[in-house]
Write a protein that binds this ligand. Structure first.
Ligand code: FDA
Length: 508
């Protein structure tokens, strides 16, 4: 009940809490819906049929997050934690298995303190990646942080799942570059790295959000980027030899110089033959260096793409960030501090990690499936480089050596429930079709690209057997260690959701 909860918060908080601006119920606050929707990225989880929280609390200071955990535990109120709201299955603001529930929304805890002298920054969980990149660039044009390409993603959820972007081939994941963290644990205590110990510190850097505690802030290590980088996009349709080039890309992109990141994005477009559709493959790229060196490298390793000097634009690191996400190259970096810049839509996605080159002959049959949905996007992200040098068990994120690329299938739509089933079916059919090209035992998935098709915990119960279905796909053998850590730090399973890590003792 909201009243009991706010009384408890007051009793447990160091400073008075301004409830009129931090506490929202559907009955008492006209702004409840706008707060709920503010950062919710996947509109599928805002449909009227989806369960809504009984109330939302947006703490203004760390001690209020502590108080929220203490009170939720005491009053047995199920809660979800939200930072940037980009969870693919909406688990930070919707509970499918347990109602009523509340949201602890960290959007107001978003300070960023950059320390260039020590190559570090402290970043609060509610900050977005765009804010992090921008604030670093305000202090230095040659420092950066290797994390996701989408600027409105929240650092709170992102780093808990690993976090890769356009620098992971050079510097690894966001989680690989975290050196300390502050969390609120299941007893409502604030712990830093020294106090939480290395097992828990390992688990929170890749074991997925919402299982081990609430991250208040991360201490991140900054990395070096050159003052001038080069960006380009080259498009090739099926009529322009796309298959041959894509076949070659699979062999080149994961093995080429770590300074070069070439992502391929595929979508259905009109063909040059009137009335016909085709697939366009877009090679979206950033090189950590000048155009001349890039052109030499491409001529030697990937001449099939036909990159020319006029395709290349030299720019600063920070100006390349919006471009790599998909904005025009004239976009000002200030866009990075607009917190809701990603277009919201209804979406369903599925993911594979591909370890063997897909034969050129197979690509044509993939396109036949792919073209069954006009709004679909498939993205292939190259791995290799630093990702191959870090062992599978260093962090919970195991998709390292041997991964050629990550393949993501995304269906998006705008008419709510009307065409939902059609798009959901398409993405599931394409995923099934890709089975022969994905690793088996386990087929690998990414916890940050959450997919509830892989399985769910049941109401008020978690089982090792049930959670193994997604646990091993997301974490491979690291899942066992995650379960052990969970059993030690949160045996009563306070932090739980549809795909949270289960504690022992086991129930199957
Ligand atoms: P959100 O707030 O929804 O939280 C996600 C999960 O973490 C939930 O389970 C939540 O409870 C939990 N959580 C949130 N805050 C927490 C906290 N402070 N402490 C503990 N648990 C917390 N990924 C990637 O690696 N590279 C990329 O380039 C992209 N790009 C991208 C684009 C778009 C448009 C979307 C929608 C998503 C991505 N992602 C991505 C995936 C993204 O990394 C993933 O969805 C993150 O979990 C999002 O973190 P948020 O804080 O925004 O999500």
């Amino acid at each position: 009940t909201p009243e009991l909860f706010t009384q408890c918060l007051e009793a447990n908080s160091q400073n008075p809490i301004p409830f009129s601006t931090t506490f929202f119920t559907p009955k008492h606050n006209a702004s409840f819906t706008s707060v709920l929707e503010s950062t919710a990225q996947n509109l599928r989880y805002l449909l009227p049929s989806m369960p809504k929280p009984a109330f939302i609390f947006t703490p203004l200071e760390d001690s209020q997050v502590q108080a929220a955990v203490i009170c939720a535990k005491k009053l047995k109120i199920h809660f979800r934690v939200r930072s940037g709201g980009h969870d693919y299955e909406g688990l930070s603001f919707v509970s499918l298995i347990e109602q009523p529930f509340m949201i602890i929304d960290l959007a107001k805890l978003r300070a960023i303190q950059v320390d260039i002298a020590h190559n570090t920054a402290w970043v609060e969980a509610g900050a977005t990646l765009g804010e992090v990149y921008y604030r670093i660039s305000e202090k230095s044009p040659i420092h950066a942080f290797p994390a996701g390409v989408c600027p409105s993603v929240g650092v709170g959820g992102h780093i808990t799942g690993g976090g890769y972007g356009s620098l992971h081939r050079k510097y690894g994941l966001a989680a690989d570059n975290v050196i300390d963290a502050r969390i609120v644990d299941a007893n409502g205590k604030i712990l830093d790295r020294a106090a939480m110990g290395e097992d828990l510190f390992w688990a929170i850097r890749g074991g997925g959000g919402g299982s081990f505690g609430i991250i208040l802030s991360w201490k991140i290590k900054l990395v070096q980027v050159p003052p001038i980088v080069t960006i380009f996009t080259v498009n090739k349709t099926l009529e322009q030899n796309a298959n041959k080039i894509l076949y070659k890309w699979q062999q080149v992109a994961p093995n080429i110089d770590e300074d070069l990141y070439i992502r391929v994005q595929m979508r259905v477009v009109n063909s040059s033959t009137p009335g016909k559709r085709t697939v366009q493959t877009s090679y979206i790229s950033r090189f950590l260096g000048r155009a001349d060196r890039l052109l030499q490298l491409m001529e030697k390793k990937f001449p099939e793409l036909g990159l020319t000097k006029k395709d290349c634009l030299e720019t600063s690191w920070i100006k390349s960030v919006p471009y790599i996400y998909g904005f025009p190259n004239t976009t000002s970096p200030e866009i990075l501090i607009q917190r809701t810049l990603s277009g919201k839509m209804y979406m369903k996605a599925k993911t594979d990690y591909v370890r063997q080159v897909i034969p050129e002959t197979a690509l044509n049959s993939i396109w036949r499936r792919f073209m069954q949905d006009d709004e679909a996007v498939m993205t292939w992200v190259p791995y290799g480089g630093m990702m191959s040098k870090i062992s599978e068990s260093t962090l919970p994120y195991p998709h390292r050596k041997g991964v050629l690329f990550e393949s993501q299938y995304v269906a998006t739509w705008f008419d709510g429930e009307k065409s939902m089933q059609k798009h959901m079916n398409w993405v599931r059919r394409l995923y099934d079709f890709m089975t022969p090209y994905a690793p088996r035992f386990p087929r690998e998935g990414y916890v940050n690209y959450r997919d509830l098709d892989l399985g769910m915990n049941h109401f008020n119960s978690t089982s090792f057997l049930r959670s193994s279905t997604w646990g091993f796909e997301y974490f491979k053998d690291n899942f066992i260690r995650l379960v052990k850590v969970k059993s030690e730090v949160d045996p009563s399973n306070l932090f739980r959701h549809e795909q949270s890590i289960p504690p022992l003792p086991l129930e199957s």
